[in-house]
Ligand binder design. Structure first.
Ligand code: KG4
Ligand code: ZN
Length: 353
């Protein structure tokens, strides 16, 4: 079954064709970052306008890349929530038009479920149930993926998302938008250079939350801003790379610690031993996904701390950020579960899993 999927929830206009939920035939992404960079963040009106301008060309490219005509497509999947409402509406309305034109099913996909499906494209053997941490610019959630379509959120951010914290700290340090990747590079250069300053040179707090599986990142961002101001006031020079390393290290420590705590809790609830999970060996499966899953420090820390005890699944860099292949993959499983929509499908800026 060939699914054409459309993703326009934020600042990427994306279209992909995926076969049977697992095989990418094409995956086209038109990034709007250069347009938003000027303003230090995504401007919703500009995002909607640019989606409208590029969606036809991006879809044509995806069909051509897959060697398909529109009539070869078996269904159209689209991200309908959550995201910027104007941006989502461009994708939803375009998808409706396509589905109507070829008289094929329309499949609504939740963006975060789509992020989880990124790992199905990279790991043919991965099947639910498993535990998944989705960390992006808008979300930080620990989820039990009970089946392809049933998710249970057991930890979430109570303020900023992890990617948002990366971007805000990066902005305070003078890096361009989106800053996560610049923090990653600066942290790497601090760790590889030959000086006494490294991720341990600046102390940052480990924020407490009432629910131990929830996240709180806004205090960490404030701590970085205070560190910058205090250093300036003392007339000292700030080592930006070392601050980036300290910040990244703390975020990775928080994410990894809570994810592993969640693994312990869910394993105990299931009777221990990971016995309810089948698949690669009998070990419990943990997946990472979302834009922040591209972070080299996070990939390394999770693999080092958990790789011996768990099966770890992390998407390749090309599938961490927003893309439509992951929406097509999740769309396939939504279709199998009977979750299709009519021409009255609406978009939602906020929608729980
Ligand atoms: O999943 P995504 O593309 O969009 C949303 O759904 O939000 O995630 C974008 C986020 C941005 O905050 C960006 O700074 C962050 O992912 N990001 C990174 C890295 N690459 C992208 N954060 C840390 N390290 C990276 N290497
Ligand atoms: Zn995303």
């Amino acid at each position: 079954m060939k699914i054409l999927a459309i993703e326009t929830s934020c600042d990427e206009t994306a279209c992909a064709v995926v076969e049977d939920g697992r095989r990418i035939l094409s995956n086209i992404i038109a990034s709007q970052i250069d347009a938003h960079k000027l303003y230090g963040g995504v401007v919703p009106e500009i995002a909607s306008r640019l989606h409208s301008e590029s969606i036809v060309g991006v879809c044509e490219e995806a069909l051509a890349g897959a060697g398909c005509k529109l009539s070869d497509i078996d269904a159209v999947a689209v991200t309908y929530a959550p995201g910027l409402i104007g941006a989502l509406l461009v994708g939803v309305n375009f998808a409706k038009g396509l589905a109507l034109a070829v008289n094929k099913p329309l499949i609504p996909v939740h963006h975060i479920k789509g992020h989880a499906a990124a790992n199905y494209l990279a790991y043919p053997e991965l099947e639910p149930p498993y535990l998944c941490l989705a960390v992006s610019g808008g979300h930080s959630q620990i989820m039990e993926v009970k089946s392809y379509t049933e998710f249970s959120v057991i930890g979430r951010t109570i303020d900023d998302a992890a990617g948002e914290a990366f971007d805000k700290a990066a902005r305070a340090l003078g890096f361009p938008y989106p800053g996560g990747v610049y923090i990653d590079k600066a942290a790497l250069s601090a760790l590889t250079r030959n000086t006494s300053l490294n991720s341990q040179s600046y102390h940052l707090p480990y924020p407490k939350t009432p629910n131990e599986l929830d996240f709180s990142f806004s205090g960490l961002k404030t701590a970085v801003i205070n560190l910058i101001h205090n250093t300036e006031q003392r007339g000292e020079e700030l080592d930006k790379d070392a601050v980036a390393a300290a910040f990244q290290n703390k975020i990775c420590e928080i994410l990894t610690t809570k994810l592993l705590k969640a693994a312990e809790i869910t394993q105990n609830n299931a009777g221990g031993g990971g016995s309810r999970q089948a698949g690669r060996g009998s070990r419990q499966k943990i997946a990472l996904t979302g834009g922040v899953a591209a972070n080299s420090g996070l990939r390394q820390m999770l693999t080092e701390r958990a790789g011996g005890d768990f099966e770890i699944y992390i998407p390749p860099l090309s599938l961490c950020g927003d893309n439509a292949a992951m929406i097509a993959s999740q769309g396939y499983y939504e279709y199998l579960a009977g979750n299709t929509a009519g021409m009255d499908l609406n978009a939602f800026a906020n929608l729980d899993l």
